[in-house]
Design a binder for this molecule. Structure first.
Ligand code: AMP
Length: 112
């Protein structure tokens, strides 16, 4: 049990626009969307970043929920991007590992 922002969303203490849920993960809309579809997929358990994730199962569960979200949001066919920002140089601002699912428009590469 931690006080982190995303743990509080998991516990329902902070509102979020939930779009999907699995046994181990939750998906909700990013509060400041960078694309027409911008959903965050998080494990319900707290891991500070990708670097702190202990098992492949956690990443697998996040990836499978991201795939489902993309299908349900109608972007699986047009394509989408999954991003896990990690640490300071990676641009991570919330200390609970999360996967951005971005789509609905052509996304530039490389990111800034
Ligand atoms: P990152 O910069 O990779 O750590 O991504 C954190 C993301 O969380 C950003 O895109 C924020 O817009 C998003 N965010 C921050 N607070 C909330 C919130 N309360 N609900 C939904 N998304 C949030």
């Amino acid at each position: 049990m931690t006080d982190c922002l995303f743990c509080r969303i998991v516990r329902g203490e902070i509102p979020a626009q939930k779009v999907a849920e699995s046994e181990d993960c939750l998906a909700f809309r990013d509060i400041a969307p960078k694309a027409p579809v911008h959903v965050l997929v998080i494990p319900k358990a707290h891991f500070a970043s990708l670097d702190a994730v202990p098992t492949a199962a956690v990443i697998g569960a996040m990836g499978m929920l991201a795939q489902r979200v993309a299908r349900e949001e109608g972007i699986a066919g047009s394509g989408y991007r999954c991003v896990i920002n990690t640490g300071d140089d990676g641009g991570q601002t919330v200390g609970h590992v999360h996967m951005h699912v971005l789509g609905g428009r052509a996304l530039g590469w490389p990111p800034g």
